[in-house]
Unconditional design. Sequence first.
Length: 399
Amino acid sequence: MPQRKASLRGALVIAHRLAGLTLAAFLVVAGMTGSLLVWNTELDAALNPHWLRTTGSYTSAQPMDALALRDVVQARHPQALAMRVPLAQEPGHAMVFLLRPLPGTGALENDQVFVDPYSGRILGERRWGDIGQTWRNLMPFIYRLHYSLAWGAVGTWLLGLVSLLWMIDSVVGFCLTLPATSNNAQRPWLGRWARAWKLDLHNRWRATFDLHRAGGLWLWPALFVLAWSSFALNLPQWHDPMVRAFGTQQPATTDLPRRAKPLWQPALDWKAAHLQARQLMQEQAALRGFAVQAESSLAYDPSRGQYRYDVRSSLDIKDRGGSTRLFLDGDTGVLVATWWPTGAAGGDTFITWMSNLHMASVGGMAYRLAITLVGAGVTVLSVTGVLIWLRKRSAKRKQ
């Protein structure tokens, strides 16, 4: 039996080493970019204050109607569709509109427009995520790196697989910190395990090893949540069926049927759709017993011919914004589908919590600071793991 346990532990060591070396570069990128993205809004505004911040001269005035601001953007870009209207206005912040090219017009030079909500003045434009526009797009590019390595769908798949391997390797690494059982051990098992949680800085080699082992233990719950949520976000087509084995999920809104031909000019204009969406949301709130707290956005999808209306409600858990959502037909205004972040299905409530914990959009400033440190910790664990492997390889070569 002791030999079998020793061989199992040896196999786990090899598996942890191979997985760590495979994941190291990916996790360094994910950890560093993730630490920055916790402060995405603030950093983007610091880099582009002339776009994302409004002047103080309008603080005493009322902002313009969001749909009127959309008309300004649409008139400025007749070759595009202003596809999303932000309905929540934060004082001192610009309104951000997204553009989509109309058929036959070719690629847009810019697809994100910043507007002063008090004057309707266009503050600036950029092509989201295009690092060729230099520092103007630094934070969107960092987001692309974090989510897909800036490789599009291929990068999203790759990081999803990395996240799955990371989640499994986190369990293996935790098991390797546990002391081996022995009939001849002089100290209690818990007493021997306590050494794994401590950091010795007197010796450089020992400090590197302890940073890797103790750091992984102290950060383990957060690391496992980040690995799991990364897998859920990047590969929902694999993750969600696993969730449905243990809980229920609402019908996926990504599966809503597409039209044979996109509907670019629906019978309901934006104002009529907004009024209808408000009424439908109030009816749903009364029917299901939740409270609508604030509007979030109204968007239109020509491929489905549907408007999407998001609000913040008592079903939301995030600190800002909302994802309580319904869809209505662009021609008839009939309710097509709904999606509730919590309370409707256990599987969706679980995924909502996991994704918001990953994005540090719950828990306020304290949790954001914690996730920033965890992101840095991911980088430290990856680097120390490689250093440990290099030292051991060098020692074997000398022998």
